[in-house]
Design a protein around this ligand. Sequence first.
Ligand code: LLP
Length: 415
Amino acid sequence: MTGAFEYRGGALHCEQVNLAEVAGRAGTPCYVYSAAALRRAFRLFEERLAGAPHLVCFAVKANGNLAVLRLLAEAGAGFDIVSGGELFRVLKAGADPEKVVFSGVGKTPEEIEAALQAGIHSFNCESEAELLLLSSLAQRMGRTARAAIRVNPDVDAATHPYISTGLKRHKFGIDIAGAEDLYARAAALPGLALEGASCHIGSQLLDVAPLIEAAERMGALVERLRARGIGLRFLDLGGGLGVPYRKEDPWPDVTRYLAAVRGIAERLHVELLLEPGRFIAGPAGVLLSRVLYRKSGSGKEFLIVDASMTELIRPALYEAHHEMLPLRRTERGTLVADVVGPVCESSDFLAEEREIENLLPGDYLAVMTAGAYGFVMASNYNARPRPCEVLVDGATWRIVRRRECHEDLVRGEEA
Ligand code: LLP
């Protein structure tokens, strides 16, 4: 897992492309993704699961850019979607509908119909009411909906509370204790092929032990259901593999995780589905930004940059840490500063009290590990046009989403 972002002669490169050139020509703020890094991370799953029936469904919520989705679809990926909008995106990107799974706690009838129409792989249902709705819509459309029940295995993901989902008190899934009875009731519903079980306990797990614990509990559930005459054919273990955001963070032990979940699926003779998002897209992307101003407050130093919480909300929302690197190394040493954006909120920071390169106005920096939950969570707050996105492939790069303009900001509005 070597990084796609490296210095060559003092200049930060993405693959063979000098990022200062991209920043200068495409402007900042700007997201840049490495095609090689995306392919490499996806291939890791494929290699470890080769020979076992499986489907790796990239979680579109992590990065929904059409070029990223197309690249992954061409590499053989399926997709995990959570809305009609994400269904639209994956179909537009050329995804095979039979490789699409639909997760989410609040699917609307219209979204379910669109997914039935497209002929997706399966629905991960999160309540009895949703199963009933799916059954009736499928029947009316003369279709059979493949479905899994999303079970809450009650495993503590021990990650940030906002991205932890696998405990009883969370809104997600059906309590594992009541799951068997629900399977028994739902198995008879017309229009439904209740063939799977799914779970997702949280995101950004650097320790794979809770993921494996959840997988084992799900495996035991599949066995208990079999004993009751309910035979499942697939097991969807969700996403959750973390990535190192800090230099000192470890990579999660993917080898151990994939060997364990593969073992469970093979023992049960079920197809294994996984929904990684962050692990595939996170390290493959950076956010480029330019220093606008420097200012010193009472004992504090501020670097005011042109990227903000509207481009990358993770620091403001989760106090997330992202490394920052200069696009050109300087000989000026380092300083300790708050790196902040132009948005009128005190929470608008990208880093606080951070030792970084002594950058001056006009210098560029890269916010690292920003390929997942970056652009997708961008907003137009403060009437800020959303940034452009660039895809690098080898020595070439292209803009895969143009920067929004002011007209984009008022599209659909009437004065
Ligand atoms: N499957 C389901 C059902 C999910 O809810 C999620 C993420 C995934 C898969 C993908 O998880 P991953 O492999 O990326 O961990 N905005 C937050 C992350 C929210 C994750 C929500 N669900 C962040 O920036 O950290």
